[in-house]
Design a protein around this ligand. Sequence first.
Ligand SMILES: NC(=O)c1ccc[n+]([C@@H]2O[C@H](COP(=O)([O-])OP(=O)(O)OC[C@H]3O[C@@H](n4cnc5c(N)ncnc54)[C@H](OP(=O)(O)O)[C@@H]3O)[C@@H](O)[C@H]2O)c1
Length: 299
Amino acid sequence: MSPSTIVVAGATGNLGGRITRALVERGADARALVRPATAPTKLDTLRSLGVAITAADWTASALAPALSGAACVVSALSGLRDQIVAAQSVLLQAAVQAGVPRFIPSDFSIDFTGLPPGQNRNLDLRREFHARLCQSPIAATTIFNGAFADMLTGEMPLILFRLRCVYYWGDADQPMDFTTMDNTATFTAAAALDPSTPRFLRIAGSELSARQLAAIASEVTGHRFRLFRAGGLSRLDKLIRVARYLAPGSNSLYPPWQGMQYMRNMFSGQAKLHPLDNARYPGIHWTTVRELLAAHLSH
Ligand SMILES: NC(=O)c1ccc[n+]([C@@H]2O[C@H](COP(=O)([O-])OP(=O)(O)OC[C@H]3O[C@@H](n4cnc5c(N)ncnc54)[C@H](OP(=O)(O)O)[C@@H]3O)[C@@H](O)[C@H]2O)c1
């Protein structure tokens, strides 16, 4: 086993690609595991990084040879039960067969360890996979990063730039965690190369409440951002139930109600990361939400 050989599954994806790049930047022998059907154009960036790529059928016996000699397998798969439970279980089985000592699952989320089951469909799938991880003879490390801060300028309806307001449920002073994808990838690469990681690592580039987000948005844009309280958490619970009934979208990764479930978990404080492990690897510049918004608005 070589301590610097790390295999990334999902390396053609958004986060997986960044983790692979960060591994190369740290001098690792980074290897990408892809499916035979993966579009060849998705491999160009990996090739330009000099990463060894193995395309294999997603069965334990076909994957195991590509994992042989690795110190850690990092999964950055994305999806629902087929990916998070089924495909990751095959990857885990292959890692055990190949004698890989460590595994980083594709969690990269808010901290779901204290959430009651049934509150967040996508995170329940991760919990289901954790039950299998716990039974396997491999040391697992989950990385919790809160929400990707990058989403604040797009997919995440918290800062409503055109309306100049910050939208929230419950308590305007509840702190929430935001970390950029690049910071998450850099920290994950460092953790993959670290032989003694604990079961959970928690990171956040910024810990901010809705009120603090409004202050930062005001400061960065030069316009006053108001707070808009959509309602209490019990109202959000009812809305989630109605949205789920009207538009189940069961095969969709992010139907509207799923986004609301993440909001619910963040605004309740139940998924807050504590304590943070940001200082574990020196030399990482943690991009703050203020820096991210300023850079976004200057483009
Ligand atoms: N905390 C947050 O705010 C936040 C936000 C977004 C995502 N995330 C998390 O970050 C992680 C990565 O997400 P992402 O957005 O980077 O994903 P992505 O860009 O959609 O990439 C998914 C990767 O998984 C691979 N894949 C999908 N199904 C597979 C299967 N059945 N077998 C093998 N490989 C498969 C894809 O390979 P192909 O190229 O072959 O399709 C691709 O490489 C996930 O855990 C996701 O939930 C967190």
